[in-house]
Write a protein that binds this ligand. Structure first.
Ligand code: GLP
Length: 241
């Protein structure tokens, strides 16, 4: 695990964006695993800028997102599909059909999850997986628990996570209680992982990830077992290391 500490989130995001950019230059049809949340927004803006200025081309790129709320359609402003369209896909030249976000409203969620895993394998696996982290150490929506779940699955969100994400909804009651997320196996099978965390609220979880042993009570801690992880932090997120 390589850990880089930057003065501020914007600088960290610009540095992280260079990994996605250089991957695209080497492999124009690269497969990216993408994440939502406020953390990666400046990185997405930087990639959009590079695309606009003709430095990188997304026309053959394929993306699979980590997760989605169960019960929200893609046109709901708090859905992760809406977030990705709004923050990245509508600002780069990626063919829309190359972008994938799990459906939160599939009639058969088990089939949706299995099909998602199958599609990633058929695409050749993820070249670079982007990750943020929840205050409780979750990656994707893999919440703290007694085990690591390997495949894409649906799960019940913790109250802690619902509360943290309520800022994207009108009120706490509107935050869905369930989500569909890539499993820990999908993430661990990525060839390379780019991890971002900013702010004091993430410092404890980041300490568990970088300094602790692998435990499902902090799902991010399994990343220590991956051979190619780069961690981009600001000073506050790194303050307990
Ligand atoms: C969400 C997502 C995660 C994300 C995390 C942190 O719930 N499922 O993929 O990393 O919360 O979000 P933020 O970057 O807004 O702090």
């Amino acid at each position: 695990m390589q850990v880089y500490v930057y003065s501020d989130p914007n600088t960290a995001c610009k540095a992280a964006a260079t990994i996605f950019a250089s991957t695209l230059l080497e492999k124009p049809d690269a497969v990216f695993g993408l994440a939502t949340g406020s953390t990666p927004v400046p990185m997405y803006q930087e990639l959009a800028r590079m695309n606009r200025e003709g430095l990188i081309d997304f026309s053959q790129c394929r993306t699979w997102n980590l997760d989605e709320y169960v019960g929200l359609t893609g046109d709901h402003p708090a859905s992760f599909r809406y977030f990705m369209d709004d923050n990245l896909f509508h600002h780069i030249n990626i063919p829309y059909e190359n972008t994938h976000v799990p459906s939160g409203v599939a009639a058969d969620m088990k089939k949706e999850a299995a099909d998602y895993d199958k599609a990633i394998i058929e695409a050749g696996g993820i070249d670079v997986q982007l990750l943020g982290i929840g205050n409780n150490g979750h990656i994707g929506f893999n919440e703290p628990g007694a085990e690591f779940v390997w495949e894409t699955h649906t799960l019940k969100l913790t109250e802690n996570t619902r509360m943290a994400n309520s800022r994207f909804f009108e009120k706490l009651d509107d935050v869905p209680t369930e989500a569909i997320t890539m499993g820990i196996g999908n993430i661990m099978q990525a060839k390379r992982i780019v991890f971002l965390a900013f702010g004091k609220a993430k410092a404890e979880a980041v300490r568990g990830m970088v300094c602790g042993s692998a435990t499902p009570s902090n799902q991010s801690s399994i990343l220590r077992m991956h051979r190619n992880v780069q961690v981009f932090l600001d000073k506050e997120a790194a303050s307990l290391l």
